[in-house]
Design a protein around this ligand. Sequence first.
Ligand code: AMP
Length: 110
Amino acid sequence: MSECLFCKIVEGKVPSRKVLEDDEVFAFEDIAPRAPTHVLVVPKKHFDKIADAAEPGIVGRVLLGAARVARERGLEHYRLVVNNGEEAGQSVFHFHVHLLGGRPMSWPPG
Ligand code: AMP
């Protein structure tokens, strides 16, 4: 069995607050939200990080999944974040996009 937390969430073996699911993509509420909307969008098929993505299709599906969640929540202003590697802030090594919205956000990030 996979030891990956997000694989377990996709498989329903670890509980999550599901937001969206299709044949390739799964989205759920972040457990420690950094904004009024903080949703994680992941591919069902595991790869560790964006640097390991083998083909563009799934990356596009994940990004469009995030945009769809934003649209369904009526968000016009939001941020999509991908952390690649520990020093960039990645803590779960199953590729994911953070959808953050519902409050003003500064730029550039720290
Ligand atoms: P990152 O640091 O970019 O790898 O993002 C990982 C995210 O996963 C963090 O924002 C965590 O709050 C979130 N997270 C960790 N465990 C869970 C969980 N069981 N359910 C939902 N989100 C989680």
